[in-house]
Design a protein around this ligand. Sequence first.
Ligand code: CAA
Length: 258
Amino acid sequence: MTEYETIRLERRGRVAWVTLDRPEALNALNAQLMRELVGLASELDRDDAVGAIVVTGSERAFAAGADIKEMADKSTAEMREADHFGPWLEFARVRKPVIAVVSGFALGGGFELALMCDIILASETATFGFPEIGLGVIPGIGGTQRIVRAIGYPKAAELVLTGRRIDAAEAERIGIVSRVVTAERLLEEAAALAETIAAQSLPALIAAKAALDAALETPLEAGLAIEAEQFTALFDTADQKEGMAAFREKRKPEFRHR
Ligand code: CAA
């Protein structure tokens, strides 16, 4: 079993809870945290006992960005060489549903990490923003690309170009988060959401995410073809037979995730 220093893993049924754990730096995403989180996410993606992954932080911070102290003195050549941000692509390629559960600061790279997840559930204490412009840089792990796709260019441009922080209510209103709940109820609601998802057929979840991802990557006709193929391929799974048999027999399906 791999030992982690910057994250914690807890398995609850078919849900894997991954907690960012660098309280001294408000969970800033340094190279070690990135390596540990990306490596663990890939492992969980290959683990048949896992149906959904939750990524969360502390009450005070989901993550306050990439680690500024780690990169402050680097040159362009050193940043290229270190490829600090490349591995995040692997995180974004996880095939299973990933839910960001956000309390407190989700800034810069922390916001970008949340945007790499499929669903963001936020506490009313959550704060989102791209402070990079005020540091003389720009978002570097997908922020400019994913925020435009999530909320459209005009609002995305305002957030990236000003660095303005928004609260949970505004994040919900403009479509960044799927739901805002009270701080007291956050973990309970997150567990209910993650368990609901993880109880579904795993092949269907993976197909659904692949089809949703295609909507961001491809023109409509190509996306429709990907959806049709994902849909059709599920007809060779035991879970499709079980799901439809259960409907006819007026009972709940018992998915075996194959
Ligand atoms: N990197 C490194 N350390 C960080 C950090 C970060 N992104 N964010 C917070 N910390 C550290 C602070 O330096 C501080 O450590 P010390 O006590 O050793 O000084 C500790 O965490 C607690 O933070 P504060 O004392 O600043 O706490 P606060 O409540 O006064 O302020 C905050 C909280 C507003 C989030 C403030 O910490 C802050 O502005 N953080 C930086 C946010 C930011 O600019 N993020 C973008 C980073 S760049 C990026 O992410 C690039 C990219 O796209 C890849």
